[in-house]
Design a protein around this ligand. Structure first.
Ligand code: NAD
Length: 241
């Protein structure tokens, strides 16, 4: 039996990792682990106090050793495997998260549009380095060894351009199904992805999984549940009738 290909794009935000014990940002009153976002997630904040910013991301990086993927991360990885095995169409998972829980769950076609906690970037030679441990403003870049202050967290901060936007846009324009999970829909450009999918001329079906209303009426299916049970319900709704 042959199926019409169905291309699936998933967008995840901080909410999918909440049940793994990683705090979201807006649920804590706009503070990220007690910090104003502009202090720890903007180029100006880093220029003002690089030691504070490194320390903040060192703690977030260290926390990764104490958390594990939850049922939602695992269900998305299983969905990707099933999608490929059944040759149902293209699959792309776009995450705004900087944790590594999707890859640890087994997801493969994954875009980290806001960067990754376990990486640093050298502002002098542009090398991106796998970095499991802590860093300070004095840590030299192992690639170019220029003196002090050239390494920064490989995180896309406010005002910077997210990674792999071309891949994301191409997938959204070809999407037949789009699902936003655990994202407040307030951080652009990710906040515009549902609209792009809606207008792609393919009658794309739009799903949202979030226990709280996000105030948009773009979605055909709203699953008002935590991600751990919501993704299972989403997978059920994708089964051919
Ligand atoms: P956000 O903090 O703005 O919003 C989180 C959303 O998740 C809210 O709408 C909330 O209702 C929902 N939510 C809470 N618990 C949930 C659950 N159990 N299941 C499903 N949804 C749940 O998050 P955002 O939209 O991703 O934007 C914040 C930015 O901060 C992102 O760019 C991200 O890079 C960064 N951030 C990342 C992490 C992480 O990597 N885990 C954590 C905090 C912040």
């Amino acid at each position: 039996m042959t199926h019409t290909p169905q291309n699936l794009v998933i967008l995840t935000g901080a909410g999918i990792s909440a049940e793994s014990g990683i705090s979201t940002f807006r649920d804590a009153g706009g503070l990220w682990e007690g910090h104003h976002i502009e202090d720890v997630a903007s180029p100006r904040g880093f220029a003002r106090d690089p030691a504070l910013v490194h320390h903040f991301y060192n703690l977030r990086r260290a926390q990764l050793a104490c958390v594990a993927p939850n049922a939602a991360h695992l269900a998305l990885a299983a969905l990707e495997r099933a999608w490929r095995a059944a040759r149902r169409g293209q699959f792309l998972l776009i995450t705004q998260n900087v944790d590594d829980l999707h890859e640890r769950a087994g997801s493969q076609r994954l875009v980290h549009m806001h960067g990754e906690l376990r990486k640093l970037r050298c502002t002098a030679c542009d090398t991106i380095l796998d970095w499991p441990g802590p860093a300070t403003p004095q840590t030299p870049c192992p690639a170019c060894a220029r003196p002090g202050g050239t390494l920064r967290p490989d995180i896309v901060w406010f005002g910077e351009v997210p990674y792999q936007m071309e891949t994301c846009l191409r997938a959204l324009l070809a999407a037949d199904i789009f699902c936003a999970i655990g994202t407040s829909g307030l951080v652009y450009p990710a906040a515009g992805f549902a609209q792009t999918a809606l207008e792609n001329g393919r009658a794309c079906r739009l799903f949202e999984i979030n226990p709280k209303p996000t105030g948009t009426d773009l979605f055909d299916d709203v699953i008002a549940e935590p991600a751990s049970t919501g993704v299972a319900e989403f997978v059920r709704r994708l089964q051919p009738a």
